[in-house]
Design a protein around this ligand. Structure first.
Ligand code: GRG
Length: 302
């Protein structure tokens, strides 16, 4: 598939991310009285920047399959980013990673207290579904919205991100076999990326075979993304990442880099991304921005 040059890509990327920021801001709960603190904590975590990769992938996959009514997919884009944000807020809690910095600023529980940190995650997760269900009910073809909801809920839950996090937490501090690491990467990181590709396609009316292909692309991008995350934890800086680097080594975590070495890790990022791009070529439709975005992830610095 054709790719954009870096000038075109950067311009389109910043325009699209700017639009996503507006969609997220508008999606936040509007009618608040005494429960204001929870809205503040939701806004603090949701509007803290971040790459907005998941809503971007959802909307670009929607376009790839010929989707044109962008208004229709806004609730799903917002819901996916809310689910991602809740997972980060809960992952940073003292009972989990106990992190003080995320996206370049203090984590939600540090600013609002541990109780509100827990509740902010709960609120974001619930509000994500509230938003997506309303989106599905309002969309022109409700069966497409329902399919997107099914994908979102499955990939965020026991068979997806939560399942991966459970295994990760349980095995922390123990040396991992390759198969265990693969499972954690596929579920914890990959599942929400699969959800982005699949729900974007479902909302545009893609069929089962196409959804399976998008799931595979999401899985490959997820593997590449997580291995790049492992690499950045070693080669990047705290300023660039917005969170402390070197945490995997400090916590004696098994990563792709610790199992296979840095050179093999860099090669794997290239290979997984290349495979994803080849699969993307086999899909009907054309989206040069999406192809360029997948390529850009190989070289991402944060
Ligand atoms: C608490 C149920 C539960 C799950 C937590 C997402 C997660 C699972 C943990 C966060 C830690 C981590 C390294 C996860 C792997 C996925 C990942 C690299 C998340 C960060 O996503 P980015 O880079 O973040 O897209 P931004 O800030 O750009 O949105």
């Amino acid at each position: 598939m054709r790719q954009l040059n870096s000038e075109e890509f950067e311009k389109e990327l910043s325009e699209r991310v700017e639009k996503i920021e507006l969609i997220l801001q508008e999606a936040l709960p509007a009618h608040i009285t005494m429960q204001k603190t929870i809205r503040d904590a939701m806004e603090y975590s949701l509007m803290a920047g971040g790459k907005r990769l998941r809503p971007l992938l959802l909307s670009e996959t929607y376009r790839l399959f010929g989707g044109e009514d962008m208004q229709q997919i806004h609730p799903f884009m917002a819901a996916l980013e809310m689910i991602h944000t809740y997972s980060l807020v809960h992952d940073d809690l003292p009972a989990m990673d106990n992190d003080e910095y995320r996206r370049g600023r203090k984590t939600t529980h540090i600013v609002f207290g541990e109780d509100m940190g827990i509740l902010a995650g709960d609120a974001l997760l619930n509000y994500a579904y509230e938003t997506a269900v309303k989106g599905a009910a309002a969309c022109g073809q409700p069966e497409r919205g329902l399919k997107a909801l099914e994908i979102l809920s499955e990939k965020a839950g026991v068979y997806g991100m939560v399942g991966g996090q459970v295994v990760d937490v349980e095995l922390t501090g123990k040396p991992l076999e390759e198969e265990q690491l693969d499972f954690i990467y596929r579920l914890k990181t990959g599942a929400l990326l699969e959800a982005a590709f699949m729900s974007g396609a479902a909302l545009a009316g893609a069929g089962d075979e196409e959804l399976q292909r998008m799931e595979r692309i999401g899985c490959l991008v997820g593997q590449a993304f997580q291995i790049q995350d492992d690499i950045l934890d070693i080669v990047s800086t705290t300023e660039e990442l917005g969170k402390p680097v070197g945490s995997d080594v400090r916590n004696e975590k098994t990563t792709y880099v610790s199992l296979h070495g840095m050179d093999a890790a860099k090669k794997a990022v290239e290979e997984y991304s290349q495979e994803a791009l080849e699969l993307l070529d086999s899909v009907r439709g054309e989206n040069p921005f999406l192809a360029t975005l997948i390529t850009a992830l190989i070289h991402r610095k944060k």
